[in-house]
Design a protein around this ligand. Structure first.
Ligand code: PLP
Length: 425
């Protein structure tokens, strides 16, 4: 084992030596003496994000109210401006994306516009492995419109609690289905769904489909326009490094420019007329109409700084390195199968997002001990330790360091003396 891991480290050193994204690590604040592998829960602060927040603070100090139009870029357009910066990550056009609100609130707003139930067609297809917030939100919406959630929600089951078969989602798209909402990448196993295929199947049946991209944006390129997705929404504090609770985003395909938001507010107005304060609502023709109220400028500022880094690095290069990192990590986990760990993430590149689910019996204890060794993972009950080596700030050597600590913990059964871990996101 020791020799095998040493060989892996030599491989990692060779990969680090030719890593074309290596220079980006210095732009991030890495906690001291730490291997941070939790960027799929909360991405790290970058120098760019910090600067960009300081810039908005400075604008507030010097411009006060005039910042709305005179700041560069003007605060008034910040949601749209950032939507434009996020386009390359989504495969979308600028008028289809806006940064605003929170992930779950955006889902509710989009679903309220696209879910048009009637007595014969009122079901919503979701998968049981998606983030539960989505399920709560959609069940609440169905209930609000007078449909019993138990009857309205069609839960697509997973055979093993890790993987959802796209065939099962498609099979659930019956004639009584009015909406499909699924994740791009599953938050536990890291499975990446075949979004193109799901869009095609939904479109063939005339059912609107939306994607929760929280666990794929910033790790995986998307082609929402080419796929023909109807809508999507995402958070920005995971792989996008926008900071704790940072403003989320949404996408609406431009063929739906006539779909009005059901949850309306003045921030979704046609910007030229917003300050007319007319009693008549005139929505923007862009996805900006799905904004409800004034955006949080300080939070958007952090996302702006972070998106600069993606523009520089390019999502294709980020994806390439991310796959190399997770390949190496999986190779190391395979070497430790005798110690009771296994890979719970699909092997095929096109079927996985940016993290690796490590299955192990004593996952809570292992995660706690990894933290004690200054390797930051996260724990998903009952038996998953998630490790996310992030292309912009982790090295291949980081992956080896994490593996070496994991091996020590397993070999010495250190998990037996772990503190019970708080089960948080
Ligand atoms: C993180 C995450 C969310 C978060 O929702 P919030 O409204 O930001 O709390 C939603 N969906 C998925 C799939 C996530 O991974």
């Amino acid at each position: 084992m020791g020799e095998l891991l040493r060989r892996l480290r030599r491989k990692a050193e060779a990969l680090d030596a030719v890593d074309e994204l290596a220079r980006f690590r210095a732009r991030f604040y890495i906690p001291p003496d730490t291997v941070y592998m939790d960027g799929n829960s909360l991405g790290l602060l970058s120098v760019n994000a910090e600067r960009s927040v300081l810039r908005v603070l400075d604008q507030w100090r010097t411009l006060a109210i005039d910042g709305w139009l005179d700041a560069q870029p003007p605060w008034f357009w910040a949601g749209e401006h950032l939507g434009e910066l996020a386009c390359p990550l989504l495969g979308a056009e600028p008028d289809e994306v806006v940064l605003t609100g929170s992930t779950t609130a955006n889902l509710i707003s989009l679903a309220a516009a696209f879910y048009r139930p009637n007595q014969s067609r009122y079901k919503i297809v979701v998968d049981e492995l998606n983030f539960p917030s989505d399920l709560y939100a959609l069940a609440g919406l169905a209930e609000m419109l007078g449909y019993e959630p138990q009857r309205a929600i069609v839960l697509v089951r997973s055979g093993d609690g890790l993987i959802i078969d796209e065939e099962d989602i498609i099979a659930a798209m019956g004639p009584d289905v009015a909406l499909v909402v699924v994740a791009g990448a599953l938050y536990r196993s890291g499975q990446l769904l075949d979004m193109g295929r799901l869009c095609q199947a939904a479109s063939d049946r005339g059912i609107p489909i939306g994607f929760d991209l929280s666990h794929s944006i910033g790790a995986v390129p998307h082609f929402l326009d080419d796929w023909g997705a109807d809508f999507a929404f995402f958070c920005t504090y995971k792989y996008l490094n926008g900071g704790p609770g940072s403003t989320a985003g949404l996408y609406v395909n431009r063929r739906h420019r006539h779909v009005w938001p059901a949850l309306r507010g003045w921030w979704g107005s046609d910007k030229q007329r917003q300050f007319d304060m007319s009693l008549e609502y005139r929505p923007a023709s862009s996805a900006g109409r799905f904004q409800i109220g004034t955006n949080n400028l300080l939070s958007l500022a952090a996302v702006a700084g972070s998106l600069e880094l993606f523009a520089e690095a390019g999502i294709e290069r980020v994806r390439k390195k991310s796959l190399q990192l997770t390949d190496l990590l999986m190779e190391g986990i395979d070497l430790m199968s005798d110690l009771g760990v296994a890979v719970g993430t699909p092997r095929e590149h096109e079927r996985r997002g940016g993290h690796v689910a490590v299955l192990c019996e004593h996952a809570a204890g292992v995660a706690d001990r990894l933290k004690a060794h200054r390797v930051i993972p996260d724990y998903r009950p009952p038996n998953i330790v998630r490790l996310a080596p992030v292309a912009l700030y982790n090295t291949f050597a980081d992956v080896c360091t994490a593996l070496e600590h994991l091996e020590d913990i397993l070999a010495a059964r250190e998990y037996e003396r772990a503190r019970p871990m708080r089960e948080i996101t």
